[in-house]
Design a binder for this molecule. Structure first.
Ligand code: SF4
Ligand code: SF4
Length: 79
């Protein structure tokens, strides 16, 4: 089984490009609320938490969130 996983969460700059590209490709709209990947910031620490929904389809084998992340936070993994 293959998944998108979070390799370097501390590097995440919170730009939310991954959310925008995911929603655009799958829903035709740049609306992070529709994205399969969610980026949340802890209000007090500023730490980032990234979650990927179970229904992520890996963009049919070419994960766009990985491609567009500007700092290489995400990675493709095969079990
Ligand atoms: S695109 Fe990369 S740096 Fe930007 S929010 Fe997503 S994981 Fe973080
Ligand atoms: S791999 Fe594709 S469907 Fe899954 S979270 Fe990334 S952009 Fe969205």
């Amino acid at each position: 089984m293959a998944t998108v996983s979070v390799a370097k969460e501390l590097r995440c700059v919170g730009c939310r490009t991954c959310e925008v590209i995911c929603s655009f490709i799958h829903e035709g709209e740049c609306r992070p609320v529709l994205s399969k990947i969610k980026v949340n910031r802890e209000p007090f620490t500023g730490a980032t938490r990234i979650e990927i929904a179970d229904d992520c389809d890996l963009c049919k084998g070419k994960p766009e969130c990985i491609r567009w992340c500007p700092v290489g936070v995400l990675k493709y993994e095969r079990e």
